[in-house]
Design a protein around this ligand. Structure first.
Ligand SMILES: CC(C)(COP(=O)(O)OP(=O)(O)OC[C@H]1O[C@@H](n2cnc3c(N)ncnc32)[C@H](O)[C@@H]1O)[C@@H](O)C(=O)NCCC(=O)NCCS
Ligand SMILES: Nc1ncnc2c1ncn2[C@@H]1O[C@H](COP(=O)(O)OP(=O)(O)OP(=O)(O)O)[C@@H](O)[C@H]1O
Length: 202
């Protein structure tokens, strides 16, 4: 199965672009959502998280205490590395299992994997192609502050834990500019055409 990894820094518009691909019939694996699901249902992972970040990592109803974990990991690089080492292998495995269901399906020419840390986690190496959604930092910050009702300082903290826009642009095969000056849908349609032909020749 032809796999395209899609990424972009915080607030770039990854999810927004994925929704357009979904309208075109392309299945999307949302790695960040899957990570959150696994962090509550994978018993080995749950134990690892409790051991690393304390029993407060879970609320009384068993849901993830995201505020608690975010407070630790986005203030300390070592703790973030620890979290990533626990979570990422489980997400990689889940993606491979998810892909299996589309094997041999004529109506599914390729699949997308949306991951905020596609490059940082090296998971782009498991995809045939990587697509980067790019927007200037100022616009990205404004979008997330509006969407999540959080302070710019909070957004900045996460942004600083990610590879720079320039490094990612260097690694990406394809780029969508989502800076409010270029229309997004035509860019998606052009890449969809490219992926269809690459997948056919795969
Ligand atoms: C720390 C957690 C609980 C905070 O949850 P919260 O709901 O506040 O944030 P959310 O998950 O929606 O992330 C928002 C944005 O933060 C950034 N972010 C999330 N995880 C990371 C990370 N490990 N490193 C750097 N940035 C990150 C991304 O830009 C992401 O889009 C959560 O982000 C998490 O579980 N992260 C670890 C899983 C992970 O690495 N996910 C990303 C790739 S699989
Ligand atoms: N071209 C655009 N014009 C206006 N608003 C946009 C545009 N693209 C994205 N947005 C808005 O910006 C916010 C961030 O977009 P989105 O959630 O798709 O980004 P993301 O890269 O998935 O973010 P995160 O890294 O935080 O998960 C959303 O509220 C979205 O509706």
């Amino acid at each position: 199965m032809f796999k395209v990894g899609i990424t972009g820094n915080i607030g770039s518009g990854k999810t927004t672009v994925c929704k357009i691909f979904e309208v075109l019939g392309i299945p999307v694996f949302y790695a960040d959502d899957e990570a959150k699901k696994l962090m509550v249902k994978d018993v080995v992972l749950v134990e690892g998280i409790k051991e690393a970040f304390g029993a407060e990592s879970y609320l009384a109803d068993g849901t993830l205490n995201r505020k608690h974990i975010a407070g630790i990991v986005f203030n300390n690089e070592e703790e973030l590395v620890k979290l990533n080492r626990l979570v990422h292998p489980a997400v990689f495995r889940a993606f491979e299992v998810w892909v299996q269901q589309f094997k041999g399906r004529k109506d599914v020419p390729y699949v997308l994997k949306e991951a905020a840390l596609l490059f940082e986690s090296d998971s782009y190496k498991m995809c045939h192609r990587s697509l980067m959604i790019s927007a200037p930092e100022k616009i990205r910050m404004q979008r997330v502050v509006l969407r999540d009702k959080v302070s710019e300082e909070e957004v900045q903290k996460r942004n600083s834990r990610q590879m720079s826009e320039e490094q990612k642009l260097d690694l990406a095969n394809d780029i969508i500019i989502n800076d409010d000056t270029k229309l997004v849908i035509p860019q998606v349609l052009q890449l969809h055409k490219l992926y269809l032909s690459l997948a056919q020749n795969e």
